[in-house]
Structure formats: C-alpha cells, structure tokens
Design a protein around this ligand. Structure first.
Ligand SMILES: Nc1nc2c(ncn2[C@@H]2O[C@H](COP(=O)(O)OP(=O)(O)OP(=O)(O)O)[C@@H](O)[C@H]2O)c(=O)[nH]1
Ligand SMILES: [Mg+2]
Length: 255
C-alpha cells in the first residue's frame, strides 16, 4: 500500500535535502519511493521528482499575469497547486510506489495556513500519511528559539491532524553537548524552563516562559535527531516512520 510522507519545516530547514536523503535511504530496503516537488519557488532540485509542480505553475508567468512581485506570486502559485491535484495524484498512483515523499514550499505558512496543504492531503490520502516537521538544529540552540519552534510545530500538528514526527535536522552542525542540551529540553520541558530563566532579553524570556505551561499540555512527540549530510539518525527515523504507518516488519524483513 502506498504511504505518503510530507516534509514540512521553516525556510531553509533542510526539507529538500531530506527528500533526497530519505528516498535514497529507503530504497536501500528495496522499497520503491517516488518524490514530489510541491514548491513552485524551488530553484533547483537535488532529487528526481516524478511530479515537479514547477511544470504546472510557473512563478515568472504568475508574476507577469497577475502583475505581482516574487512574494505575492509565491502566494498565488501555491494556491494554484490545488487545480492540478487530481492529475498529480493519478501520476503518482500509476507508479504504485511504496512511499511518496513530498517536498513542500519553503514558505511554510503558504502551504500550512492557507488551503493548499489540507487540500493536498485530503486529495492524496488522509490515511497512510505522516508529516515530518523539521526543526533546524542550528537555530534551535537558543532556548527561546527552541520554544518558538515547538509552538509552531504544535500549530502545524493541529492544522493537519496527521501522525507526526518532530525531526531535529542538520545535527552535524552541533557539538555533542549542544545536541544533548536540545534533546534534554525536548525530553523534559522543565529543563527548557530552567535555561529560559537565564535568557537575557526580558521580552523573549517572559514570552517563552509563559508558553511552557501551554506546551506542557500538548502531546509533543520525541525529537528525532538527524543529519542528511552524514546520514546519522536515519535508521531511527525510518523505523519510526514504519512504526507510525504500521509497517514495522519492513526493516527486519529486508535487512
Ligand atoms: N550541515 C547540514 N546542512 C544541511 C543539512 N540539510 C540541509 N542542509 C543545507 O541547508 C541548506 C538548505 O537546505 P534545503 O534542503 O534547501 O532546505 P529547504 O528547507 O528545502 O529550503 P527551502 O525550500 O528554501 O525552504 C542547504 O545549503 C543544504 O545543503 C544537514 O543535514 N546538514
Ligand atoms: Mg526546499
């Protein structure tokens, strides 16, 4: 049965690089993966895409036709994706893949908070789907940033209502101690709270501390640290994807 893996995260968090790394990794287990680019603003793709939305929605044409600058055109271009969903779905399912890995626009808010994201998911399949939400480890090193990222991820989780994994990307950029610190925050928010107490900026400190009780009431999944450069964490990530999708047998069967 075909499963859909949606890669979401803020601009530059490593989404497109993960599409390429994850599909290469999964294919080692003799699973057939296809990649889909839903980012009309992508400059170049580092992976083969069975569907590239830039062939349907061209940013420069949108700019000319609607007399828009690049940011306005991205909003319209992302909205226009919904017109092509039945055609795209057919192209994907005709291949009968095990996994479809879906790259989403850098401007997370265009996909997540307008209609396109939910429309894509309900068109492709509400079942056998999972969201991987990327937190950029380099940015997550400050306790205030990390708190904001958790809040954003909880908001995305509420918006899509799909099984959901929280991924700490680019961990190769961090020292072992910085990585451990971030993991300790995610495992126990009281560790995060403690480090927020020494945040120098009063406004950041107060805002983040006020968010801790809210975050404590939400079910935040454990963080999966990965690097798409040195491939650390991919075994855990793939195992977790399979567990959530109910395909636990794949690794043990195919290894
Ligand atoms: N060191 C390191 N760099 C990474 C990793 N993953 C991605 N990058 C780099 O981060 C930058 C952004 O990566 P992308 O994969 O383009 O990120 P994105 O989220 O698709 O970016 P947008 O689509 O523009 O939002 C690139 O320079 C990547 O080479 C990683 O695991 N480690
Ligand atoms: Mg990208």
């Amino acid at each position: 049965m075909t499963s859909f893996i949606y890669i979401l995260g803020t601009a530059g968090s490593g989404k497109s690089t993960l599409v390429s790394a994850l599909s290469n990794y999964i294919e080692k287990y003799n699973k057939f993966c296809v990649n889909v680019n839903l980012d009309p603003g992508a400059e170049t793709l580092s992976y083969d895409a069975i569907v590239d939305i830039r062939e349907y929605v061209k940013l420069d044409e949108v700019m000319r036709k609607f007399n828009l600058g690049p940011n306005g055109a991205l909003i319209v271009a992302t909205d226009l994706i919904v017109n092509y969903l039945p055609e795209i779905k057919k192209l994907i399912l005709d291949e009968n893949p095990d996994y479809v890995i879906i790259d989403t626009p850098g401007q997370l808010e265009l996909f997540a908070y307008r209609e396109t994201g939910p429309a894509v998911i309900s068109s492709f399949s509400n079942r056998n789907s999972i969201v991987l939400f990327l937190l950029d480890a380099f940015l997550a090193q400050s306790p205030h940033n990390f708190t904001s990222m958790l809040l954003l991820s909880a908001s995305i989780q509420a918006r899509f209502l799909l099984p959901y994994l929280l991924i700490l990307s680019k961990t190769d950029l961090l020292s072992a101690s910085s990585l451990e610190k971030i993991i300790s925050w995610s495992e126990d928010l009281s560790n995060l709270q403690e480090d927020l107490e020494s945040e120098a900026n009063v406004f950041n400190r107060e805002l983040s501390l006020n968010l801790i009780p809210i975050l404590s009431n939400m079910s935040i999944p454990s963080l999966i640290p990965i690097s798409s450069i040195n491939m650390s964490g991919f075994m855990e990530l793939y195992a977790e994807i399979q567990r959530v999708l109910g395909k636990e047998d794949e690794i043990s069967l195919d290894q």
